[in-house]
Every structure is written in structure tokens, then in C-alpha cells.
Design a protein around this ligand. Structure first.
Ligand code: IPM
Ligand code: MN
Length: 357
């Protein structure tokens, strides 16, 4: 198969880590006979610097025409002063919306070799961690009306959290289907004891659960979910939740497994075009130092092969290669307490790529 991939390196450590993921994708082509071509485009702060906007209309159009998108990260202190309409993060939200990437899959799996890096106690990790967070990505408070105004001489700001039936139903279906392919358990996280948007969320999820009787379904309030994730993460299989709750809980669940640097993600629209990115962000403090962990991006590339290109074997091979390299004892700086003994970004990428050749 021949696939055309747009690579959006972005800001901070983004370009370094996407370079390593491309190295690994190229290693996959060596032995599989697939051909990947790459187109490098700007997004975020680097696009603001060059074009004055975080993403140009032309680049947005190119994204819609490619087979899949690999993204590093956007943002950094340099652009913190930008007006909110042209902040680097705006580009990410725009791409999600324009490409209709409403389903964000964020898997957290504990690699046994890394359990020492987890902040959780050994006894809490006994059941392992293997959960899939399904985060709604194009609705809710991220996309509701917002404004800042002066009322009675005082500044007032508001953001609206809004969900419609169909938005909830389509993300619910993605989550139930994911649960069917895994351990058939789904936890829907909401705040239905307070919010109307959550009451509708829960109602739609309950309706759907009748269609998926082979999946064990439960509701959980978001505050309790935050607590249960550290108390007993092994209880979760698939978790589905709205946009902002998912943003917060997925950072939490990624840390449980040792480092946010390991966590990949896929943003999907229901057709094969998807966007794949690590969830950790641009880490400007370590940018350009060749010490970032590229594994989250490499595992995101594996998700691209799995979800966009149906290359299951190749995706498995990348995940297995990462596992092998970790088994061999290689650690990036974020995964070890030993300041003198770690592998750097490029080396980690090469180690994984070597396994695939
Ligand atoms: C994420 C990020 C983004 C989000 C930011 C950069 C807008 O934190 O992908 O989780 O909040 O969705
Ligand atoms: Mn986030």
C-alpha cells in the first residue's frame, strides 16, 4: 500500500519526536513493502511566526487531502501573549473541528518493566493497567460560545458546555464498539448530579447500552472517576467522557503508567483519515536538547497504522519493538531516576527502528 502522511512537527520538542516516529515508520516499510510519503507542514507557534496564523487555510486543505496526519505538539511561552484567536492551540482545535475528529482514543497501558516509574504503590498496580479513554473531541465547553464582558463595572467571563443528542450518540457508539473489541466493560463518566449536559449524556448512554447488552455498562461521576483512577485503575476497561473531563482524566491516567511521555492518541472521524499525536505537549523546557521521550509519538504512529491503514501486523510489530527495547533496559530521562544512565531521543528512535528491520 502507498500512503501519504502529513507530518506536523509543531513547536518545542514536536519536531524531534516526530522525526523519530518517521524513522520507525520507514523501518516498517523496509520489511513490509508498503510505501509512505511525507509532507512536512507548519502548525502552531512556528506557523504564527512564519504566516501570522497558527494554521493557514492552504495547509488545512492539504490535511483534508492526505491519508493521515502525524502531529508533534503545539504551543510554548513565546506565544503566550498572542491574542486568544491566534494562539497555537487554536490551530489544534480548528483541525479537530474541520476534519470532524470527534473521537479521541487515549490508551493507558502499564508496561510491567516500567511499574517502578509509576507513582502508585505496588499493591495498587497488582491488577495491571490497561484502559482506553474515549474522549469526545469536537463538542462541549471547548467549542461552546464564550465571552468576556463588563457587567456592573466588573469583568465577567463565561464558557458554555453544550452537547446535542447526536454528538453524544456517535461518541457513545465508538466507545461501545471499542469495548466489544476489548474486555466488554464501559464506564461513562459525567457530572449528571449537577449539569444538564451530563444528564443528557447519561440518558443517551443508557439508551445505547440497550443495544450493546454484551457490554457491561456503568455510570461514574467525574470526581469519583478521578479518585478511582488512583485507587484502583485495574477496574477500568473503556472509559467514555466529554471533552474537558477527558482532557483532565487522560493526563491523570497517563501518569499512572509511569510517564506522560509514553501515551499515544488517535483522533478519528469515522472514516480513515485520522490525526495521531502523543498527549504530552510541547515541553519547551527540554526542546532541542535531544532528551525528550519519543515513545508516545512512536506508539501514536502504531495507532495510525492500526486505525487509518488497517495494518494490524505492522502496528503490533511497532508495539512489540517498543516493549523489547524497554525489556532490554533502555530508558529515556523521564523514565529513570538515574541522571547518568539514560538514552537520548534519537537513540531511542533508532533502537526501536532497529528492532523492526
Ligand atoms: C490535549 C491538549 C489540548 C487540549 C490543548 C493543547 C488545546 O491539552 O490534546 O490534551 O486541551 O485538548
Ligand atoms: Mn490535555
Amino acid at each position: 500500500m502507498e500512503k501519504h502522511i502529513v507530518v506536523l512537527g509543531g513547536d518545542g520538542i514536536g519536531p524531534e519526536i516526530t522525526t523519530e516516529a518517521v524513522k520507525v515508520l520507514d523501518a516498517v516499510t523496509c520489511r513490509s513493502g508498503h510505501k509512505f510519503t511525507y509532507e512536512y507542514l507548519k502548525i502552531g507557534g512556528c506557523s504564527i511566526d512564519e504566516y501570522g496564523v497558527p494554521i493557514t487555510e492552504d495547509n488545512l486543505k492539504r490535511l483534508k487531502e492526505c491519508d493521515s496526519v502525524l502531529l508533534g505538539a503545539v504551543g510554548g511561552p513565546k506565544w503566550d501573549g498572542c491574542p486568544s484567536e491566534i494562539r497555537p492551540e487554536k490551530a489544534l482545535l480548528k483541525v479537530r473541528k474541520e476534519l470532524n475528529l470527534f473521537a479521541n482514543l487515549r490508551p493507558s497501558r502499564l508496561f510491567q518493566q516500567l511499574s517502578g516509574a509509576s507513582p502508585l504503590k505496588e499493591e495498587v498496580l497488582e491488577n495491571g493497567i490497561d484502559l482506553m479513554m474515549v474522549r469526545e473531541l469536537t463538542g462541549g465547553i471547548y467549542f461552546g460560545e464564550r465571552c468576556t464582558k463588563t457587567v456592573d463595572g466588573e469583568e465577567v467571563a463565561q464558557d458554555v458546555m453544550k452537547y446535542s443528542h447526536h454528538e453524544i450518540e456517535r461518541i457513545g457508539r465508538v466507545a461501545f464498539e471499542a469495548a466489544r473489541k476489548r474486555n466488554r466493560k464501559l464506564t461513562s463518566v459525567d457530572k449528571a448530579n449537577v449539569l444538564d449536559s451530563s444528564k443528557l449524556w447519561r440518558k443517551v448512554m443508557h439508551q445505547l447500552s440497550k443495544e450493546y447488552e454484551d457490554v457491561t455498562y456503568e455510570d461514574m461521576l467525574v470526581d469519583n472517576a478521578a479518585m478511582q483512577l488512583v485507587r484502583n485503575p485495574g477496574q477500568f476497561d473503556v472509559v467514555v467522557t466529554e471533552n474537558m473531563f477527558g482532557d483532565i482524566l487522560s493526563d491523570e491516567s497517563s501518569m499512572l503508567t509511569g510517564s506522560i511521555g509514553m501515551m499515544p492518541s488517535a483522533s478519528l472521524s469515522g472514516n480513515t483519515l485520522g490525526m495521531y499525536e502523543p498527549i504530552h505537549g510541547s515541553a519547551p523546557d527540554i526542546a532541542g536538547k535531544n532528551i525528550a521521550n519519543p515513545l508516545g509519538t512512536i506508539l501514536s504512529a502504531a495507532m495510525m497504522l492500526r486505525y487509518s491503514f488497517s495494518m494490524t501486523e505492522e502496528a503490533d510489530a511497532i508495539e512489540k519493538a517498543v516493549n523489547t527495547v524497554l525489556n532490554q533496559g533502555y530508558r529515556t530521562a523521564d523514565l529513570t531516576k538515574d541522571p547518568n544512565n539514560y538514552v537520548r531521543t534519537k537513540e531511542m528512535g533508532s533502537l526501536v527502528a532497529e528492532q523492526l528491520k
